[in-house]
Write a new protein. Structure first.
Length: 425
């Protein structure tokens, strides 16, 4: 999942096509897929708009999940639910998935998609933020769908689950499969003051695990005003929490290693966590990927005390050391002066990194970079000097396979933004 830093703004716009298929090169649109390389994601219900499509891989296709929203001008009410479809290898939506090609997950109140995850049996877990209107705290929504998009009867008795964990101001941010068919959910705790990382374990039936923490939730203090943005498994099953933390006038990225019971592994870093930031910069993290025995973390690095920011990728070892051979002393900064930027990072089968940048404060321009995982140097055979310009396009998520990559995002129309999936070589 393309998890941009939490401070990145959102805006939309149009896509530029690439060279003819006969001259196609790495990074070009695959014009044999979909409609000349892209597919429009249509709302399942007339009058709805889609926001924030994300991708997940099943063995039988690619799941496309979005927030499906509607505003009723007569009642001045907003409704939103989660919509899922499945693309086949040719870029066609599978009519056998869900009901006529779409599966709708209704949490009973407005819900915004946070993440999807495909489990070992091709089941699809859905995480959403539910509610959060005036005078209402966000609650956590979870649903489990079978391979064909129908509800899993054993999870929530076949219905979406909405819970309010016994801890204040938890907004769900990350989803990870756990042993025994359960789920781990990471939270950003908006304490309106000092916040902590938060982690909850849900059992295979959708209920909070009462043996985990307090009422199924653990709060983790990593040394400041702490915000969790991702959960990642290491190559040997290690569990890492990624986020950022403000303390003593600095805001740094944080990597914490957790034990199976969700407590901090005190043998790691300083009391279970390590902090990182380029010199003179404040950091907001997004998501992370495992590359060999290291982690690459994407985000934004803002000049401390100023307004200039750059897209950031930091590489850390699984022992918590910033790997100085990557970028400049462990940090790769991709900067366009005067622009708000953020980066999402993904691993390719070649053990290179794809870095997706969203540049600007509306409309966004998106760019795709391929860099060496160990050094951060550009892969010059990709696009032009390692960069593919996606144009005025709001890139949200990237899914990489052995033969190409899919990008979910949006074309801009002020009245009817269009969610799109494109495939590139």
């Amino acid at each position: 999942m393309f998890r941009l830093p939490l401070t990145a703004a959102a805006s939309l716009t149009a896509l530029v096509l690439s060279a003819p298929a006969a001259l196609a090169a790495a990074g070009d649109l695959d014009r044999t897929w979909g409609q000349q390389g892209s597919v429009d994601v249509a709302p399942a219900a007339a009058g709805d708009q889609l926001v924030g499509s994300e991708l997940a891989r099943q063995s039988v296709g690619t799941v496309v999940a979005s927030t499906s929203s509607r505003y009723d001008e007569t009642t001045w009410t907003y409704s939103a639910r989660v919509q899922l479809g499945r693309l086949d290898a040719a870029g066609r939506f599978d009519p056998r998935f869900g009901a006529g090609g779409a599966a709708l997950v209704d949490f009973g109140r407005p819900a915004v998609l946070r993440e999807t995850a495909v489990l070992a049996g091709d089941e699809i877990a859905v995480l959403a933020a539910v509610g959060g209107g005036a005078y209402e705290e966000v609650q956590t929504g979870l649903a489990m769908l079978s391979r064909d998009g129908s509800p899993v009867p054993a999870f929530g008795s076949g219905a979406p689950v909405v819970v309010d964990p016994a801890a204040p101001a938890l907004s769900p941010t990350a989803l990870l499969a756990d042993a025994g068919g359960g789920l781990l959910v990471g939270f950003d705790q908006d304490g309106r003051g000092t916040s902590d990382f938060a982690l909850a374990r849900f059992r295979a039936d959708g209920r909070l695990d009462p043996t985990f923490g307090t009422g199924g939730v653990r709060l983790l203090d990593v040394g400041g005003d702490d915000h969790l943005t991702d959960l990642v498994r290491g190559p040997s099953g290690e569990l890492f929490a990624v986020g950022f933390s403000a303390a003593a006038g600095r805001q740094e990225g944080v990597l914490a290693r957790l034990r199976a019971d969700g407590t901090l592994d005190r043998r790691f870093g300083s009391g279970g966590a390590v902090r990182f930031a380029p010199a003179g910069r404040d950091v907001v993290t997004g998501g992370a990927v495992v590359s060999g025995r290291s982690l690459a973390v994407g985000g934004t690095a803002r000049v401390r005390g100023g307004s200039e920011s750059a897209a950031l990728v930091t590489r850390l070892s699984l022992q918590g050391r910033v790997e100085n051979a990557f970028g400049a002393r462990g940090h790769l900064l991709l900067d366009e002066p005067g622009q708000e930027e953020g980066a999402g990072v993904f691993l390719t089968p070649r053990d290179t990194l794809l870095v997706v940048r969203r540049v600007g404060d509306g409309p966004f321009t998106s760019r795709l970079h391929e860099v060496r995982a160990r050094s951060g140097a550009p892969v010059t055979s990709f696009g032009v000097g390692g960069t593919v310009e996606l144009g005025e396009f709001l890139a949200r998520d990237v899914l990489v396979d052995g033969t190409g990559l899919l990008i979910a995002g949006a074309r801009f129309d002020p009245w009817a933004p269009t969610e799109v999936v494109q495939r590139r070589l």
